[in-house]
Design a protein around this ligand. Sequence first.
Ligand code: NAD
Ligand code: GLY
Length: 371
Amino acid sequence: MIVDVELGARRYPIHIEAGLLGRAGALLAPLVRPRPDGNRLVVVSDTHVAPLHLPALTAALAESGVEAVPVILPAGEASKSWAGLEQLCEALLAHGVERRDVVVALGGGVIGDLTGFATSVLRRGCGFVQIPTTLLAQVDSSVGGKTAINAAAGKNLIGSFHQPAMVLIDPTVLATLPPRELAAGYAEVVKYGLLGDANFFSWCEAHAARLLAGDAMVQAEAIAASCRAKAAIVAADERETGDVRALLNLGHTFGHAFEAEAGFSDRLLHGEGVALGMALAFDFSARTGLCSPDDAARVRAHLAAHGYPLSPRALGLDAPPERLLAHMMQDKKVEAGRLTLILVRGIGQAFVAHDVDKAEVQAFLAHALAA
Ligand code: NAD
Ligand code: GLY
């Protein structure tokens, strides 16, 4: 299955196929610039993913006459830093990566975001290919060209838009992903239903248990639907200059407040924060009369049924509402001190709400935390 991201001269395909990693050589070899001393492709990965999945990719490239040159970084968010960027850029230069070369990112959102950013500045920009290995990266971060590292002031504050040349998704690599990471990625799948496709949310309700239990067919279907939804949004609003791409932030501003309280640690994974945030976005929309309480209850029931932590108190993250609001005000969508939230008129009907009443949000948080 191929989903195209229609961006004119920068359009690219997303290939989704079980076992694709072992057949990736045929797709990657045409992107490799021939060299007199042998064709090479630098593959960036992390210390968890490389032992599990780099051998299959290395063998597939070798079959197509390309040598894989690995650059392995420590697994974890800390690699998305100035230090990680420096380490990666120096390694790419040491391996002789030139402007017309492509670099492969084999890993989750951390490796994808970091490699994307590094290649956007290396020699003023070279190419890269995403081979995402977490569900989150397969349905969200590998598509759309947002790249970044973190700063002391916050997450993803230093970055660029840099589209990959190709995205290769092999759903079978998810078999080695820890269940908690799989569930965190599934929150981003549900998001596509909640923001714009009520039928897809119904599909999620019917298939979530099989997806989370590791059913590769169901996972592939969810990935394809998610990539189609994301590709359409990115094609409509590549740089988030309008109100289209911002819809992908459903649940993120509320979720961010709790992720910040957790110190962006594994106390609350990003996808878990998004799940909690989506439940709160629906609850807030219901409380302000925008959407029916039944829809909000249905969303909460689906997420709760699959084990998402939806109680800040149980997580020990029930901070004072004014502090949570202060975290929300760090959001990139805040303009001139005005809070923008993605709210809903119902399941599949998200919209961008500009200049939301901060006192109302704070009162809602106080009420929600007391629950
Ligand atoms: P991650 O890359 O840290 O991966 C999670 C963990 O799973 C890591 O320990 C990793 O080593 C391990 N892992 C990855 N694939 C595996 C596999 N197949 N088997 C076993 N272990 C595996 O985290 P993530 O959730 O993929 O991505 C989170 C990052 O993505 C954050 O930095 C976030 O800011 C970013 N993000 C970016 C975008 C975007 O549009 N660019 C969107 C959403 C999130
Ligand atoms: N993950 C949000 C975006 O790509 O815009």
